[in-house]
Each structure stands twice: as structure tokens, then as C-alpha cells.
Design a protein around this ligand. Structure first.
Ligand code: LFR
Length: 474
């Protein structure tokens, strides 16, 4: 099989991977840098582009002309606006920036209520959705919004910087809460009612669309041949991950794409925008296949990552293996948090640390507060396992289906404590793996686009055959 490059950017780190589904190699890993500048929270987008080029160079140095295409996926909802010539009109905000606080209520009123927004977009109400980010821009930086001519998601922008071609990829567009999954186009009525300029929103292309080749400059810089094409893979990372769930044809696998977030759900042929789906917090994002990822955002490894970042900042050396051992020794500690509590969404600040928020939650719920790193981890993992169980029972009642198995895919499935606790709390058999689901899904979409796979299911079949999965029983 031919080789493809998957550029896969998550909220904590990114990787550039070369592979052909059976075998792959991560040639470059890097931290996805962000910065807090004068109280606002941004992605360091140029450093991400620089790291991508480092990865491409390593890939082409090693695999040269075996490589036929490149695809990019990133986290959802974040974007930039450019002027007519493609320059950014503002920095690239991080979705955890506070400027959208309170905007769900305000925008919902302006647009005639939550039910209308949900019926038109199917997207669950998260303060970071692109809709609220653009509303904040309209309020705080109207001149910048007026200067803007193009909306590009983060992966659309990175593809543009590689090729000079601007398109809006569909799975990512669907995360904005300005996309209409029934008519498969932008939700023009909401865009009009918000007073956004329609011309900002460009052509939407399907996952698997060949965008074009690298610009001559980039090709030269990274040592690529001119035949390599850049493909809009499933540009939303979760859509890529779901494309790699190792499930057989005809199944409706229940999955958690586990990383900074835990995205729990199923695939459905059509969106579900009834009241029960809205009230239980389910979202309808577009899948690589064009179907619907009906899923719930559960705060995932983020809470743990912020605790560890704080401890490391205080000079503690954290080794994951030791932390896991300590966590297991603390399993008798009975505290836990509700990861859905909004207080856990934002990054540490010196006067509002994640560990303090966990203490406060336990205090308010008459639970003992954690007294060691291990107990903090217990509180987080137990809280996550309980949140998974609740989301699965909500899902079962909304779609009227019972599950017996749960696929946990992505980097978070390396956490075997959580895999086991998830099995025990949900009563389901957990299949953990593949770890690199997102990058593999990205490769699958490219192999499908270039005609090496007949269908996305063929990709899943190969992953099922060739990638390692660990089983955890309740
Ligand atoms: C996961 C993810 C989720 C999205 C969140 C914010 O990486 O893409 O699907 O809701 O990040 O963009």
C-alpha cells in the first residue's frame, strides 16, 4: 500500500505520522503551544505550522517518494478570519478563552431560543462553539470582523498555508453550530440573524476531497516531490478517530474517543434534534462518511492534565507509571468529582488551580478532599467512569438501544485504570485501542480518497485485523 502522512493536532500535543494503515511511524511529536497574553488565551498557530513542517521534512527524508498524500486533523470549533489576501485579522483564540462566558444565553435569546438553534444545527450548547466565539468577536472587535473576508477552521488554515487553497472541510464546519446537517450547508438563516456576513463562509468540501499540491516553497522546504497531494481528511479530530473504531460492518459501535475530551457516542444515518437529545447534551457532528456522530462531550483527561501541569510547575517530577501505582494504592479513597461541572473547563490560573476546584467540589458534596496526587487521580477517574455510565444510560434511552460493549480509542485508552473502572462502572466489556485512532482515521480517509480502500468500512476492517486492542471486563 502507498504511504500517507497524517498530521494530527490535539489540544495538548501534535504528531506527524507516516503509514499505510498496517504499519505506521510517528516521525515527529510536539506540544501544541498556546499562550495567555494580556488575559486572553490563544493558540500559537505559527509555531504549530513550523512544527508541521519539521514533521513533513522528517517524513520526506525517511520515506521520500513512497508518500502520496497528506491530511490534517485538529480539535474542533477553533478558527481564524482572514482578509481578502489571506492574512489573519486577529490571533487564533483558544476555545477555552473566557470571552464567550454568558454568550450561550444571550445568543439563544437573539436567535429565538435554544430549541431553534438545536433543530437547525443539532449541536450541543458549549460556551466554546464557534457561534459564540464569533458573537464575542462581533461585540469586542467589530472592526476586525468587518475587515474579515474568509472564515477558516484551524485545519482549513493549515491546509491553506500548505497549498494556497482555501476550503471549509465539512466535519469541522459541523462543529461550529452554524452548520445545517439536514441540508448539508451553512445554516444561512442563523448566520443572517446573527448579522454575520454570508460571504465569510466558503465552499464546504467532503472529507476525502483532494485540495491540491503543496506550494512550491513548502515542497522545497520539506523536500517533497511535486506529486504529493493535500487531502481534506476528516479535519475534525474526533471524526478521524471515529473512522478508526475497530468495529465490523453492520454494527453500531458505542465508542469513547478518549483524549483531552472523552467523546462518547454512536454513528447515526440522520441527525436527531428532538428535545430529549438536546436536554441530555448530545450533539450531531458530521462523520467522515457523511453520516452523523451522535455524541456527548465529557470532560476527559484535561482535568488530570491541568493537575499534572500544576505539580510540574511546582517542581515535582511526575512519572506516569509511578502516578498510576500511587492511584491504585489510593483506590479506597471514596471521593470523586462530576467532570461536567463548568468550573473544570478553564485552565489553571495562580488564584484558581484545578486542584483547588476539586477540593471545593468535594467539600460542597460532603466528600473527603483528596490528600495526595494519587487521591486526586482517583477523584478524577472515578468521576469520569461515573460520567460515562450516566451518558450511556441517557444514550440508550434516547435512541432506544442497549449496548454490551464499549470501544475506548485514542491516547486516553492507554490509561488502564480508567479502562477498568469504566468497564466496572458501566457493566460493559471495554475494548481499548487503537491508541493512535485519530491519526489512523486520518490515514483511512486518505487511503479511501486515493482509491486504495473501497469504503471507510474497509479501513475499519483493516484496523480491526491489524491494530492491538486490550479487553477489560466489568
Ligand atoms: C476533541 C475535540 C472535541 C471538541 C473539542 C473542542 O479533541 O475536537 O471533539 O468538542 O475538542 O474543539
Amino acid at each position: 500500500m502507498k504511504k500517507h502522512i497524517a498530521i494530527d493536532l490535539g489540544a495538548s500535543n501534535g504528531r506527524v505520522l507516516v503509514g499505510d494503515l498496517g504499519e505506521f511511524e510517528v516521525v515527529h511529536r510536539f506540544v501544541t503551544q498556546n499562550d495567555q497574553i494580556l488575559g486572553e488565551f490563544y493558540w500559537n498557530i505559527q509555531s504549530l505550522f513550523a512544527e508541521i513542517k519539521v514533521g513533513l521534512k522528517k517524513a520526506f527524508t525517511k520515506y521520500g517518494s513512497e508518500i502520496t498524500s497528506i491530511g490534517i486533523d485538529t480539535w474542533g470549533v477553533d478558527y481564524v478570519l482572514t482578509d481578502a489576501k489571506g492574512s489573519l485579522v486577529s490571533l487564533c483564540y483558544h476555545y477555552r478563552d473566557s470571552r464567550t462566558d454568558g454568550l450561550i444565553e444571550q445568543v439563544s435569546k437573539q436567535l429565538g431560543g435554544k430549541m431553534r438553534i438545536y433543530e437547525r444545527t443539532g449541536i450541543a450548547f458549549q460556551p466554546f462553539n464557534t457561534l459564540y466565539q464569533l458573537a464575542a468577536m462581533q461585540r469586542d472587535r467589530p472592526e476586525a470582523l468587518r475587515a474579515a473576508r474568509h472564515y477558516l477552521s484551524v485545519p482549513d488554515l493549515l491546509a491553506y498555508w500548505l497549498t494556497g487553497i482555501m476550503k471549509n472541510e465539512r466535519t469541522h464546519a459541523s462543529t461550529t453550530q452554524l452548520y445545517d446537517p439536514m441540508n448539508r450547508t451553512w445554516a444561512w438563516d442563523l448566520i443572517d440573524d446573527m448579522g454575520f456576513d454570508r460571504s465569510l463562509f466558503g465552499d464546504i468540501v467532503d472529507s476525502g476531497t483532494v485540495l491540491g499540491s503543496l506550494t512550491t516553497d513548502v515542497a522545497h522546504e520539506v523536500g517533497a516531490s511535486s506529486e504529493v497531494s493535500v487531502i481534506a481528511s476528516a479535519a475534525h479530530d474526533t471524526a478521524s478517530a471515529v473512522a478508526a473504531v475497530p468495529a465490523a460492518a453492520g454494527q453500531t459501535p458505542l465508542y469513547i474517543s478518549s483524549g483531552t475530551w472523552s467523546l462518547l457516542g454512536v454513528e447515526l444515518p440522520e441527525p436527531r434534534t428532538d428535545q430529549a437529545s438536546m436536554e441530555s447534551g448530545f450533539t450531531n457532528e458530521v462523520a467522515a462518511s457523511g453520516g452523523i456522530r451522535f455524541l456527548k462531550n465529557i470532560m476527559g483527561m484535561w482535568i488530570q492534565q491541568e493537575c499534572v501541569r500544576y505539580w510540574e510547575g511546582e517542581g515535582q517530577e511526575i512519572h506516569w507509571k509511578e502516578l498510576d501505582e500511587e492511584t491504585l494504592q489510593c483506590a479506597a479513597y471514596r471521593g470523586y468529582i462530576d467532570p461536567a461541572d463548568a468550573r473544570f473547563l478553564k485552565p489553571n490560573t495562580y488564584d484558581n488551580l484545578m486542584t483547588d476546584r476539586i477540593d471545593a467540589w468535594c467539600r460542597e458534596h460532603d466528600l473527603p478532599k483528596p490528600s495526595s496526587n494519587g487521591e486526586y487521580m482517583v477523584a478524577i477517574y472515578r468521576g469520569l467512569a461515573k460520567a460515562y455510565a450516566k451518558a450511556i444510560s441517557d444514550l440508550e434511552s434516547v435512541i432506544g438501544k442497549k449496548f454490551t460493549a464499549l470501544h475506548i480509542i485514542g491516547g486516553g485508552c492507554k490509561n488502564e485504570i480508567l479502562d477498568q473502572w469504566a468497564a466496572s462502572e458501566t457493566g460493559l466489556t471495554v475494548y481499548a485501542g487503537p491508541v493512535e485512532a485519530t491519526a489512523l482515521g486520518n490515514l483511512v480517509v486518505q487511503a479511501w480518497a486515493t482509491g486504495e480502500l473501497e469504503s471507510l468500512q474497509d479501513g475499519r476492517d483493516r484496523i480491526k485485523r491489524e491494530q492491538k486492542v486490550k479487553i477489560f471486563r466489568p
